[in-house]
Ligand binder design. Structure first.
Ligand SMILES: Nc1ncnc2c1ncn2[C@@H]1O[C@H](COP(=O)(O)OP(=O)(O)O)[C@@H](O)[C@H]1O
Ligand SMILES: [Mg+2]
Length: 150
């Protein structure tokens, strides 16, 4: 499905709708792949996604690769693979172990994850639109029922 976002708050609301939907469906695992250029709003979407789980203070984990938020009822593992050069490095941070744990993984720059990414994932691609500084197109693929109520 494709959603047009007119503001940071709109993009956060899309993230929120996604995690609420996963929670409502009783999912204990999810992997969200976030694509799009620098400054497009990937972290904003993660902020919204993490909110229903009670996670606050979401910041891009660019220098640490992964931030772990305790969350209730599930943790959120927020990856940023911008600086990850190869799969070896991902292996080193225990990427596999995170995938095996209960919780929701959200991953910026998942393009750098190669074959390490799980096959069963939701892909969110955000792009700028020429119609305005704050306009974004958000494309969501891999959600069973595409009706997010937004
Ligand atoms: N429609 C929008 N959706 C998301 N962010 C937006 C939007 N319009 C403006 N912005 C701004 O763009 C920036 C996006 O930053 P961020 O989420 O860190 O991007 P990324 O993680 O993709 O590098 C923020 O300053 C945010 O306020
Ligand atoms: Mg970011």
């Amino acid at each position: 499905m494709i959603i047009i976002s007119h503001s940071t708050a709109d993009t956060e609301a899309v993230g929120k709708a996604l995690s609420e939907r996963l929670l409502a469906a009783g999912k204990r695992h999810a992997f969200l792949s976030l694509r799009g250029e620098m400054g497009v709003g990937k972290t904003a979407l993660v902020r919204g996604f993490a909110a229903p789980l009670g996670c606050r203070g979401v910041k891009s984990p660019t220098y640490t690769v992964v931030n772990e938020y305790k969350g209730d009822p599930l943790p959120v593992f927020h990856f940023d693979l911008y600086r990850v050069a190869d799969e070896e490095e991902l292996y080193g941070i225990g990427f596999d172990d995170y995938l095996a744990r209960e919780g929701y993984c959200v991953c910026e720059w998942s393009e750098n994850g190669g074959d390490m990414l799980p096959k069963n994932r939701i892909t969110v691609t955000i792009s700028r639109l020429p119609s305005g500084e704050n306009e974004r197109q958000i494309c969501i693929e891999g959600v069973d029922d595409e009706d997010l109520g937004i």
